[in-house]
Structure formats: structure tokens, C-alpha cells
Design a protein around this ligand. Structure first.
Ligand SMILES: Nc1ncnc2c1ncn2[C@@H]1O[C@H](COP(=O)(O)OP(=O)(O)OP(=O)(O)O)[C@@H](O)[C@H]1O
Ligand SMILES: [Mg+2]
Length: 290
């Protein structure tokens, strides 16, 4: 049996054979506010609770802000700061030098201690945006992932700005490609349990759940992924397709913006619940009715 690293996100480990593979890099992809930082904090805190060490690479928010947010969610990061939790704040534009020169030195120094470590990089986006050249972007991500993966399991987050109809945005293709596993967080303002959904895009070496799972934020425990939804039979799914076709026709006739139509198309493709989507569709379309 291979060792699995518990993610610390409730509901996720059972659908990925118990956890992440050691020394792998996982990317959490999601639009702003979907919960990427919360995922990273939860992953780090799980390691600390298990007696491991943690390295948190921050790019946008300062370590102080991260610790404050964690506190609001119910985790005491401060207690472990500089004891088993260490931060690297990569600010400014000097990523290349930091990544190519300082990071390997730091990793080497820590490796000599042989302590189980997990690493969070939140968010990786500024690294990608620091250059337009695809090859340089790829090199930067590889130079970041490769040494950090030697240290332990890595969870990076990437901001997503997807265009209508796209499953994932273009800027996230490179990190997705270079990661061993990808979690996709989506926010659909549809109301109720389906506001926020979690999906596994890939997980190398793992037989994983393929559903679209709703998740919630529960203060004190953090994100809980509802990973045991009712499986929908194919005929059931087709039964609801009519509702989507009608809603899309209505949307076209009402001049609903393209991005909303894109969202509805995604929703149609992804619908995996055992009840009709009509009410949700009406809620989404109602603002465009006169
Ligand atoms: N206890 C809670 N109850 C409900 N929603 C919450 C709770 N805690 C956090 N949230 C939601 O999660 C959002 C922030 O999550 P988080 O900072 O992890 O997202 P993010 O994807 O990292 O966002 P950003 O792109 O801004 O970095 C909040 O804006 C809020 O909508
Ligand atoms: Mg964040």
C-alpha cells in the first residue's frame, strides 16, 4: 500500500483513495472567493496537527493576513508560526531570482533535517503572470514545483478567469498540465447547496470520484465537500435535458448575456442531481425577464 497524505479537507480523502501521493503537486483552481486559500490553510493545518512541518509560500497576502483569515475560520496558525509553520513571502517582481537561487538553497537546508513537510503556494497566479512567454512560465512553475516536491506534498492555488463555455480558463492550462492532481472549485450563484461545487479534474495514480460535489464552509472545521451524492442514471439525466434545452431557448430569445448562456451550457453538461433543474434555471433567468 502506498502512503497517502490526508488533505485535511473533509469529504475529499474518501474519493481519492485516502489522500494525496507523497511528493506530488496538486493545484486548486478556482475563481476569486471560491475558497482556494481556505483549502491551502486546511491542508497545512492538517499536517501540523499530524506533527509535520509546513511551509506556506504566499504571493499576494502577507503571512499576517493569512494567519488572521485562518483565525476567523477557527484555526490557530500563530501558535505554530516559526515552530512548525514557516512562511516565505514572495512579493515584488523578483520571482525568477527567488525561485532559481534562494528556493533551492532553502529546500536543501531543510532536507538535511528529514522532517515530513507539506507546502502550500497561494496563489501561483502572479508567477504565471510575471511573464507572457509560455516557455518561461513553464520553466518558472517547474522550478518552483520540482524542489518543493522533494520537500513534501505541494498544494498550489491558481486563480481562474474562464470564458463562457470553457471548462477551465486558459491561464490555468499550464499549472494543470504540470500538476499531478487538480481540484476545481466553482461558484454558481444558483442558490442552496449548489452554490459551490468541487470537482477532481485529474489525480495521477489514483482512482478518484468523478462527481460534481457541493461543498460548504463550516466555521471551525472549514470546507466540507459533500462527497456522497446520489448517483444519477443516464436516463434520469436525459430526462432533465429537456428543461435545459427550453431554458437555453428562452435565454437566447431574451438576449441573456453570452457568459450566462455559457454557464447554463456548463450546468447542462454537469447536471448530476436526481431532480429537475427547472427551479434553479428560473432563478438564474428571472433577472432578465421584464
Ligand atoms: N464561514 C463561512 N461561511 C460562508 N462563507 C465563507 C465562510 N468563510 C469563507 N467564506 C467564503 O469564502 C470566501 C473566501 O474564501 P477564500 O479566501 O479561501 O477564497 P479564495 O479563492 O482564496 O479567494 P481569493 O481569490 O480572494 O484569494 C469568502 O469570500 C466567503 O464568501
Ligand atoms: Mg485566496
Amino acid at each position: 500500500m502506498v502512503d497517502r497524505i490526508e488533505t485535511g479537507i473533509y469529504g475529499v480523502d474518501p474519493i481519492i483513495e485516502g489522500g494525496l501521493l507523497e511528493n506530488s503537486a496538486i493545484t486548486v483552481v478556482g475563481a476569486s472567493g471560491t475558497g482556494k486559500t481556505t483549502f491551502a490553510i486546511q491542508f497545512i493545518m492538517k499536517g501540523i496537527e499530524n506533527g509535520e512541518q509546513a511551509l506556506f509560500v504566499t504571493l499576494e497576502e502577507s503571512p499576517k493576513q493569512i494567519m488572521k483569515e485562518a483565525e476567523m475560520m477557527g484555526w490557530d496558525m500563530k501558535k505554530y508560526h516559526e515552530k512548525s509553520l514557516f512562511f516565505i513571502h514572495l512579493s515584488g517582481q523578483n520571482f525568477k531570482e527567488m525561485i532559481e537561487e534562494q528556493l533551492p538553497k532553502l529546500v536543501k537546508a531543510r532536507k538535511d533535517y528529514d522532517i515530513k513537510t507539506r507546502v502550500a503556494i497561494d496563489p501561483l497566479t502572479p508567477v504565471i503572470w510575471s511573464t507572457k512567454d509560455r516557455l518561461s512560465q513553464r520553466e518558472l512553475i517547474e522550478n518552483l514545483f520540482t524542489p518543493l516536491k522533494e520537500l513534501g506534498t505541494v498544494m498550489a492555488t491558481v486563480e481562474e478567469h474562464s470564458k463562457p463555455g470553457e471548462i477551465v480558463g486558459e491561464d490555468v492550462l499550464l499549472p494543470i498540465y504540470l500538476s499531478d492532481g487538480v481540484f476545481h472549485l466553482e461558484y454558481f450563484p444558483v442558490g442552496g447547496a449548489f452554490n459551490r461545487t468541487f470537482k477532481i479534474i485529474k489525480m495521477r495514480g489514483t482512482s478518484h470520484g468523478e462527481g460534481l460535489y457541493p461543498y460548504i464552509f463550516a466555521r471551525g472545521v472549514g470546507v466540507v465537500v459533500r462527497s456522497t451524492p446520489v448517483e444519477v442514471k443516464k436516463e434520469e439525466k436525459q430526462k432533465y435535458d429537456k428543461s435545459f434545452v427550453e431554458a437555453l431557448e428562452t435565454a437566447e430569445a431574451m438576449d441573456v448575456p453570452e457568459n450566462i448562456i455559457g454557464k447554463l451550457e456548463t450546468m447542462r453538461k454537469e447536471w448530476s442531481y436526481d431532480y429537475p433543474p427547472d427551479e434553479l434555471l428560473e432563478i438564474i433567468l428571472s433577472p432578465y425577464r421584464d
